[in-house]
Write a protein that binds this ligand. Structure first.
Ligand code: C5P
Length: 402
C-alpha cells in the first residue's frame, strides 16, 4: 500500500506559471489514495482555474476568507483547515509567498493556513533563474528549513522567461516521490507486525449476565493507533468495548471471553515482531454457565469459578515469541508484585500502573506508568494522556529492538 494512502493533504497553490502542473499533481495524489483540499492565492487563479482543481480533488477550492459569490456566505476557517491536514504542500511556491512565509506576513487565506498549520509543510519553489540565485532567496530557503519546512528543490530546464537554468518547479511525480521518501524515513517500523490485546473480557454466568471489569480498551487502542501511525500492521484483539477503530493498518478481532481471546492470540501470534498484552482479562470464569437465566429463588447464590488461561504467560512460555510487553495494574506493594509478574510471565517489558496514583486506571484518558525491563530496571513516567503514554511505550520498544 502507498505510504500516502489515507492521508489528508492540503495543496497550496501560488501564482506562478508552474501552477498548471498542480492539476496533474492533484490527480497523482488522489490516485495514491490521498484526500486533497486545495487553497489558492488570488493570483494563482490567473494560471489555473478553481473549477479544474475542485473537479480533480472532489473538494471545493478556497482562496478567500469568505465566499463573496455565495449568499450563505461562511468564514473559511484557516485554523480548521490547518488542523485537518496531515501534511501541506505549497506548489508552486513563488519568491513572493516564500518571503511572506519567512516573515509571517498573512495577507491571504493560503498564508493564514500555512502560519496556523501544525502538520509538516513541503514547499516546491518555482521562479526564474536569477530570482532563484538571489541571496534573499537563498536566505529564505534556509530560514524556511530552520522553521522545519521541507524544501523540494527546483530543477534545471527551460523557464517561462525563455531562459534556461535552475528554477523550474519539481515535476509532480518528483514532488510525490520526495514526500513518499521523507515519510518512509520517518517510519523505521514500517512493515513490522504487532499483536495487541485490549479491553475487558466478559465471562458468562447465564445468557444475560457476566463477570467483567471496568476496562474500556482506551490504552490498547492508543497503542494500536500509535503503532499504525508508524506504519506497523496491528492485529488488535479486543474484548467488549465501545472504542472505535478507523485506521486501515489496524485489523480488529472482536472477542468476548478470555478463552476466545486466548484462541485468537494463538491463531495470530506467529510472525509477529511485538506483542502487547494490555487487556484486563478476567482471571476466573463460572465453571458451568447456566443455559437459562438464573432465577432469584434463594437468598444467597454461590457461583463456582474456575481459572482462565493466562494468555500472556502462555506466550511467554513459547520457545520463540515476539518481543513481549505486559501490563500490571496493582493496588498494593506495586513494585514487588510487578517484578514478580515480569519474571513469572517472561516479559521483555512490563508496564506497571497503580490504582493508587491519581490519573491512572480504567476509563479515564490519562495514565501514569513505570516501565520495568527484564534486567530489573524501572523507569517512572509522569501522568500523561493515554496517547502520549502509548508513544512512550512504543519509543521504548523501538529503542530496545532496533
Ligand atoms: O496477573 P495479572 O492479571 O495481573 O497480569 C496482567 C498481565 O497479564 C496483562 O498484560 C494482561 O493482559 C495479562 N493477562 C493475560 N491473561 C490472563 C490474565 C492476565 O494475558 N488470564
Amino acid at each position: 500500500m502507498n505510504i500516502l494512502s489515507g492521508k489528508k493533504v492540503l495543496l497550496g497553490i501560488t501564482g506562478g506559471i508552474a501552477a498548471y502542473k498542480t492539476t496533474y499533481l492533484t490527480r497523482l495524489l488522489v490516485k495514491a489514495g490521498v484526500s486533497v483540499k486545495v487553497v489558492m492565492t488570488p493570483s494563482a487563479k490567473d494560471f489555473v482555474t478553481p473549477l479544474t482543481l475542485s473537479t480533480l480533488s472532489k473538494n471545493p477550492v478556497l482562496s478567500t476568507f469568505t465566499n463573496e459569490d455565495d449568499d450563505n456566505d461562511m468564514w473559511n476557517n484557516h485554523v480548521d483547515l490547518g488542523l485537518w491536514a496531515d501534511l501541506m504542500i505549497i506548489a508552486p511556491c513563488t519568491a513572493n509567498t516564500m518571503s511572506k512565509m519567512v516573515n509571517g506576513t498573512v495577507d491571504n487565506l493560503l498564508l493564514a493556513v500555512y502560519t496556523s498549520a501544525k502538520c509538516p509543510v513541503y514547499f516546491a519553489p518555482a521562479m526564474d533563474l536569477d530570482m532563484y540565485k538571489h541571496p534573499s532567496t537563498t536566505q529564505n530557503f534556509e530560514k524556511l528549513a530552520s522553521y522545519g519546512n521541507f524544501m523540494i528543490p527546483a530543477g534545471d530546464g527551460e523557464l517561462a522567461s525563455g531562459l534556461s537554468g535552475k528554477g523550474r518547479m519539481a515535476e509532480p511525480e518528483e514532488i510525490v516521490s520526495f514526500i513518499e521518501q521523507q515519510l518512509l524515513k520517518e517510519q523505521p517500523l514500517r512493515g513490522k507486525k504487532c499483536l495487541i490485546t485490549a479491553g475487558p473480557t466478559h465471562e458468562s454466568i447465564d445468557p444475560v449476565r457476566f463477570i467483567g471489569n471496568h476496562s474500556t480498551g482506551k490504552m490498547g487502542m492508543a497503542l494500536a493507533t500509535d503503532l499504525a501511525n508508524r506504519g506497523v500492521l496491528v492485529t488488535l484483539i479486543m474484548g467488549p468495548s465501545s472504542v472505535k477503530t478507523d485506521n486501515v493498518l489496524i485489523e480488529r478481532i472482536n472477542v468476548i471471553s478470555a478463552q476466545e481471546m486466548y484462541e485468537a492470540v494463538h491463531a495470530n501470534i506467529n510472525n509477529q515482531d511485538y506483542a502487547i498484552f494490555s487487556a484486563a482479562v478476567a482471571d476466573y470464569k463460572p465453571a458451568i454457565p447456566a443455559h437459562q437465566k438464573i432465577k432469584k429463588s434463594s437468598e444467597t447464590l454461590t457461583l463456582e469459578l474456575v481459572k482462565n488461561p493466562d494468555i500472556l504467560a502462555s506466550v511467554g512460555a513459547m520457545e520463540s515469541h515476539p518481543f513481549l510487553v505486559g501490563f500490571a495494574l496493582e493496588t498494593e506493594n506495586e513494585m514487588e508484585h510487578a517484578f514478580a509478574k515480569a519474571k513469572k510471565k517472561n516479559t521483555d517489558l512490563l508496564i506497571l500502573n497503580s490504582m493508587n496514583d491519581n490519573g491512572a486506571g480504567f476509563g479515564i484518558d490519562t495514565n501514569k506508568i513505570t516501565i520495568i525491563d527484564n534486567q530489573g530496571n524501572a523507569q517512572e513516567f509522569p501522568v500523561k494522556s493515554k496517547t502520549l503514554v502509548a508513544k512512550d511505550i512504543v519509543d521504548e520498544i523501538v529503542k530496545r529492538t532496533s
